[in-house]
Design a protein. Sequence first.
Length: 189
Amino acid sequence: MPADTTLINKHMDQFANHQQLWVFGYGSLIFKVDFPYIDRRAARIHGWARRFWQGSHDHRGTPGAPGRVVTLVPQDGAVCEGVAYLVTQDVLDHLDYREKNGYLRVVEDMTFDDGSHAQGLAYIATADNAAYLGPAPEEEIARQIADSIGPSGTNRDYLLKLADALRELSEHDAHVFAIERHLLALEGK
Ligand code: SIN
């Protein structure tokens, strides 16, 4: 898979004839909303677990010193809490560019708090992309995050904002919160 997934995503046009579609965010898309939306709702998808296993060359690190950001990995019985945005087609151009470092559009069924469902897109970076880093001990992940910075800011800021956003959703994500604890301990907090 090329390092830049923008072109691949342009061909993943399952919702091309829809004026509006749902996009599910589980990482920075929860806390950094730099696009217009029609509706925003807490939502969840099933069978995926959030993990800091994706390298970031373009936002929270550099190609020579990648940061770590979240992707989703398949896991039976897992539920991933996040936020769904109802957007117009043109927003996908912006999101394809923003998520170009390994993320692919994947069609997912999302469940809202009232029990209703909708099909939509999630941006997921699979293990075969060039920036993928994979698993590591959570303390080691925290150390890498503490040391990383890229054009969008510090990797630390990404982690702490995501952890805060998950608390706001009343979501206890043991992996994210463990890495946050390690990071704060490294900083003597
Ligand atoms: C997402 O937030 O849904 C994708 C991963 C990221 O940009 O952090």
